[in-house]
Design a protein around this ligand. Structure first.
Ligand code: AKG
Length: 339
């Protein structure tokens, strides 16, 4: 881990958790205690460091914390994640799940681009990305001026082969600096038994790691991307959540999840939050929703809230924004994002 006071990186992680080679799904990875020599990855000059974050190392001392304890914030800074945080009541989570499942019953599963940024389409998700308890926790990490850049459902039905390979979110997002936090909202129980998310603590302290695209059909990621290093699963932390709880993870943290062999559906809604100083460097234009505070930078075109569910103008706007996003996320491939 990076010693926040001394600026020293302890190579525990690099020696034990990360090795060359890869595998998927996660349970298909060889879990081994063998320690392979650490070869360079992510470029010959790879070295663990603090990933270019511009956020204060010790948390924000300028104002009182709103949701997280000092220990929680310290864990986030040191390990790259924190969970669980109770953000919604079980009843609020159940209400959102009911809305989702009512839509699915009427229109079928959310498909294609509708899985991306659906907070621009549905009022109940527009409310969710602005939920004060989620924003309070996010504010403790990134400060009071907050953009929502993205949101996506990660749904694994009962006995679903879908999985998420080990990856860093930052790989194709084109956002700098990497001061981005995801609030992953559990709308169902999310447990080891139904494919809860797992993270490799403190990997957010690394630079960007090289990934390769697999486009594997059961991989829930847009490019089926996976890191070109193998992960010692004995280092992984399982983020089990009850409905209405959230986990928080840093954009560089290595994470993934296994398929769901159980009879219980797992529904997660991942919301990507940025402080307003973050900018898009992989494309000329990008959009985001200002969900709290003031945007003093103007790096993103701000998005309107949908007036009603699937309002015609919201559908058209969403199509243009997700089309733009797809260009950024799929750059360098000949694939469509929402085939
Ligand atoms: O839902 C999962 O299992 C993984 C989610 C994920 O990769 C993310 O939120 O960045």
């Amino acid at each position: 881990m990076f010693d926040l006071d001394l600026g020293i990186y302890n190579s525990r992680l690099s020696e034990r958790a990360i090795r060359h080679g890869t595998g998927r799904p996660l349970s298909g990875l060889k879990t081994t205690n063998r320690v392979a020599p650490l070869a360079p990855f992510g470029g010959a000059d790879w070295r663990p460091r603090r990933s270019g974050s511009t956020l204060p190392l010790h948390g924000r001392k300028d104002r009182a914390m709103k949701a997280l304890s000092a220990n929680a914030l310290q864990q986030y800074r040191e390990e790259g994640y924190y969970a669980p945080v109770r953000a919604l009541s079980p009843a609020e989570a159940a209400q959102i799940r009911t809305r989702l499942e009512a839509h699915e019953a009427e229109a079928g599963p959310l498909a294609g681009s509708m899985r991306q940024k659906p907070h621009l389409l549905f009022t109940w998700l527009a409310d969710l990305v602005r939920h004060p308890a989620i924003l309070d926790a996010v504010e403790d990490i990134i400060g009071p001026d907050i953009l929502c850049w993205g949101s996506s459902f990660f749904i694994k039905n009962a006995r679903d082969p879908g999985y998420v390979s080990w990856h860093q979110d930052s790989t194709y997002w084109g956002l700098e600096p990497p001061d981005i936090v995801t609030a992953w909202v559990a709308l169902s129980p999310s447990r080891a038994a139904n494919g809860a998310m797992r993270v490799i603590p403190a990997t957010h302290l690394m630079d960007q790691v090289t990934h390769r695209d697999t486009f594997a059909p059961d991989n829930l990621l847009s490019r089926g991307q996976e890191i070109e290093v193998a992960v010692d699963e004995s280092e992984a932390a399982m983020l089990e959540l009850e409905p209405g709880e959230i986990s928080l993870h840093h954009v560089r943290l290595i994470h993934g999840s296994d398929p769901n062999p159980s009879d219980e559906r797992r529904i997660g809604f991942a919301i990507r939050y940025l402080p307003t100083h973050v900018r898009q460097v992989a494309g000329p234009h990008d959009n985001a929703t200002l969900v709290r505070g003031v945007d003093r930078y103007g790096h993103f075109e701000l998005e309107p809230r949908p007036q009603s569910d699937l309002a015609a103008e919201a559908v058209a706007f969403h199509a243009s924004v997700t089309g733009q996003h797809a260009k950024i996320l799929m750059r360098g491939t000949d694939r469509e994002m929402h085939a």
